[in-house]
Design a protein around this ligand. Structure first.
Ligand code: FNR
Length: 388
């Protein structure tokens, strides 16, 4: 029998017998508490905060509690298969890390993007790399090793810069382009507003811009000479509000599969697919952008139906392996971990991210084992019940 993700718990228990405790927590709540102890307040509040009174952010998490997995017995689930097929690749895990534009500064040495890429290389968990990073894609792509990475684009107003980012990511080895639709302007975030805190405006996480000729030629002085002016230029051109017409030039700019992130309405999913996108990414940005109140999980089943076989990536509110299993059962092709891996990075660097990703996968695997669902297809065929 080959190794299973759930075997991670044996590793932990056996180490305990030798007197060695795990270095990091395996659960989100403990991790969140520890991260609050180690992260500087301005980074913690930026990561933890959301839009308005943060109702959507909480609703995303609570939505998972309204579903329960129905245990099935007598089907010998010794061997589980959590692998998935995505964009012609066979991936060992159905989990990926969602793009987090300030992940770079969540690490003590401000190279968080690099640590996460290396954690992806070690775990086989694909990484979606944000446009906003403290290291450029040319350094981050190779750090992924054999694990595929996807590049997330905040589409700049300047089309040449957008195309340059897309092509740089493709050259750096990224395997898909994820275009985020819901963040051409920042949502109303009281925690950040009350402390007038916006890290990029202080010049953080702009490495891809500061290494791009299309961007640099707009600056009278280099970012090293005048960081404030460089950051202000970034803010002026950060993102365009895309229309359906934009999909054609984005498609033409790359041979990579294109995924659109931030889709909630089934009509938007259908139209995007008609216009040739290769994947739909169901997400409400973890409630950071609009405080509209509909949990991402609640729109997932309709989106899966509308996508009609086209892959649907999902995030927003995933905190555990149990949540991963529920999102898979509702039809997600792959499930994104967001805030939790930022906390894992803050607490334990690269090792902390590896530990948390392994914990999520172990929990998901053991749940599937115990409840009698050896494959994701079995889960989808009726594993969930509404429990409210
Ligand atoms: C994000 N998210 C995000 N999304 C994106 O497409 N590009 C980005 O640069 C960022 N940056 C970012 C920063 C921070 C601090 C957070 C918390 C989130 C959204 C992210 O990809 C994902 O959709 C959410 O994190 C999912 O919500 P939860 O599960 O983290 O609550």
């Amino acid at each position: 029998m080959s190794e299973q993700y759930g075997d991670f718990q044996l590793e932990i228990y056996h180490a305990g017998v030798q007197g060695v405790l795990p270095r990091y927590p395996v659960d989100f709540a403990s991790l969140e508490r520890k991260a609050a102890e180690v992260l500087p307040e301005w980074i913690l509040s930026y990561v933890a905060g959301g839009c308005g009174d943060e109702h959507t952010q909480r609703a995303n998490v609570e939505a998972f509690r309204k579903w329960g997995l129905m245990p099935r017995m007598f089907n010998g689930s010794y061997q589980r298969d959590l692998s998935i097929e995505l964009f012609g690749m066979r991936l060992p895990t159905p989990v990926f890390t969602s793009p987090i534009g300030v992940i770079g500064i969540c690490a003590q040495d401000f190279h968080g993007d690099l640590h996460v890429a290396r954690a992806g290389a070690r775990t086989g968990v694909p990484v979606i790399q944000s446009t906003l990073s403290t290291d450029p894609v040319e350094d981050l792509g190779p750090a992924l090793g054999d694990t595929p990475g996807f590049f997330q684009l905040y589409t700049p107003k300047d089309r040449d810069l957008a195309i340059s980012f897309i092509q740089r990511a493709e050259r750096a080895g990224y395997k898909a382009l994820v275009v985020t639709l819901d963040t051409w302007i920042t949502g109303w975030r009281p925690r950040d507003l009350n402390r007038a805190n916006f890290p990029q405006l202080r010049g953080y996480c702009l490495a891809n811009y500061f290494t791009d000729d299309h961007f640099l030629k707009k600056l009278p002085k280099s970012p090293e000479e005048d960081l404030t002016a460089a950051a202000a230029e970034w803010a002026r051109g950060f993102a365009r509000s895309l229309t359906w017409d934009d999909l054609s030039w984005i498609r033409e700019a790359t041979s990579l599969p294109v995924v659109v992130k931030g889709i909630s309405h089934p009509d938007d999913a259908r139209k995007a697919i008609d216009l040739g996108v290769d994947g739909i990414y169901c997400s409400n940005h973890g409630g950071r952008q609009a405080n509209g109140g509909i949990p991402a999980l609640d729109v997932l089943p309709e989106l899966v139906e509308a996508a009609d076989g086209v892959p649907v990536l999902f995030d927003s509110g995933v905190r555990s392996g149990t949540d991963v299993v529920k999102a898979l059962a509702l039809g997600a092709t792959a499930v994104g971990i967001g805030r939790p891996y930022a906390y894992a990075l803050a607490v334990g660097g690269e090792d902390g991210v590896v530990h948390f990703l392994r914990s999520v996968l172990a929990e998901a695997d053991l749940l599937m084992a115990i409840d009698g669902y050896p494959t994701i297809a079995d889960l989808r065929a009726g594993g969930l019940r509404r429990v409210d």
